[in-house]
Ligand binder design. Structure first.
Ligand code: G4P
Length: 289
């Protein structure tokens, strides 16, 4: 799904439809879970989410924390807390952190739950909708959390519109339709980070340029990962293209005539970065850090 969804082109009509669908689903849920990529908690945000969800309580799930820099993830959690938003690090591949979502959401909704209890509806599960930009892990999240358990459909709002609910256990239910949001396109730095992580198509930026830019960032901020992975020595004076050539050489990537196949090396570097093979790396720094 990630690959397929990252091909989405957002046109004004498409965005209007998404806005409408999310607005229609909002009254059905108690809380919105915004899935962000822990490697780019800033760049993977949707520019309009705040105005879309209005006063609806929300929670941030920093997904892919298994391949993000743990120190930076903690700084992002502190940053969001300073804005009054609870963020939980999660790893949907291993399910790490997912068991914290319901208890944290229930804490956020405690006044509402107390009101339900007063009305004798204390056992009512809390209802959650998950939103996020393509490739952030929404379908993986839903597959993990729902484990195939469709909730009983009786007495559920939204059923008439074809919505289904998954039981999350521990008093939570998840709307099965994830809100697929668009990222911020206008900032070229954001676009580049979305391309590094694979959230937007490589073709938006030439693959070799992208790999060179990534290698420059890694050499400056996370040199150990590439030094270890590609068995490099002193890289301090090297620019991105020189690094790419060296990596192609180390991996024996040649085209006919003995020339280095930097195109193939670019694809490899980007794939290995995306798979977390170059270390636990975060590309966005919290404001004020
Ligand atoms: P989407 O619905 O939001 O578009 O995202 P999706 O779940 O399809 O996930 C996009 C990619 O991110 C998938 O990789 C998925 O495996 C990966 N992913 C999701 N959650 C995590 C996580 O917590 N940690 C890590 N490391 N990766 C995660 P893919 O390469 O597109 O597919 P696949 O080959 O893994 O199936």
């Amino acid at each position: 799904m990630g690959q397929q969804q990252s091909q989405i082109q957002w046109f004004p009509g498409h965005m209007a439809k998404t806005r409408r669908l999310i607005k229609e689903s909002l009254p059905l849920v108690d809380i919105v879970a915004q899935l962000l990529d822990a490697r780019i908690p800033q760049s993977s945000q949707n520019p309009e989410l705040k105005s879309l969800i209005g006063s609806k309580p929300n929670i941030i799930l920093l997904n892919k924390c298994d391949i993000a820099d743990t120190v930076m993830t903690n700084k992002w959690i502190e940053y969001f807390a300073s804005k009054g938003i609870t963020a939980i690090p999660v790893d949907c591949k291993s399910s790490k952190g997912l068991n914290k979502i319901i208890p944290v959401a229930r804490e956020i909704l405690k006044d509402k739950i107390a009101a339900w209890e007063r009305k004798g509806m204390g056992s009512r599960p809390i209802r959650i909708m998950v939103v996020g930009i393509p490739n952030v892990g929404k379908s993986t999240f839903i597959n993990r959390i729902a484990k195939g358990n469709k909730a009983k459909v009786a007495d559920k709002p939204g059923v008439t519109r074809g919505n289904q609910w998954f039981s999350m256990g521990k008093g939570g239910e998840l709307l099965d339709t994830p809100g697929v949001l668009w990222p911020k396109f206008d900032d070229p730095m954001v676009g580049e980070k979305l391309a590094f992580t694979g959230a937007v198509k490589d073709t938006i930026i030439d693959t070799e340029t992208l790999a060179c830019r990534l290698l420059e960032y890694l050499a400056a901020n996370y040199p150990q990962g590439i030094i270890l992975r590609y068995k490099l020595d002193n890289i301090s004076q090297m620019n991105g293209y020189a690094l790419l050539q060296l990596i192609a050489k180390k991996r024996g990537m040649l085209i006919s005539g003995g020339e280095l196949d930097t195109e193939r090396a670019s694809v490899m570097v980007l794939d290995e970065f995306r798979a977390g093979l170059l270390g636990k790396i975060t590309l966005d720094v919290p404001p004020g850090e």
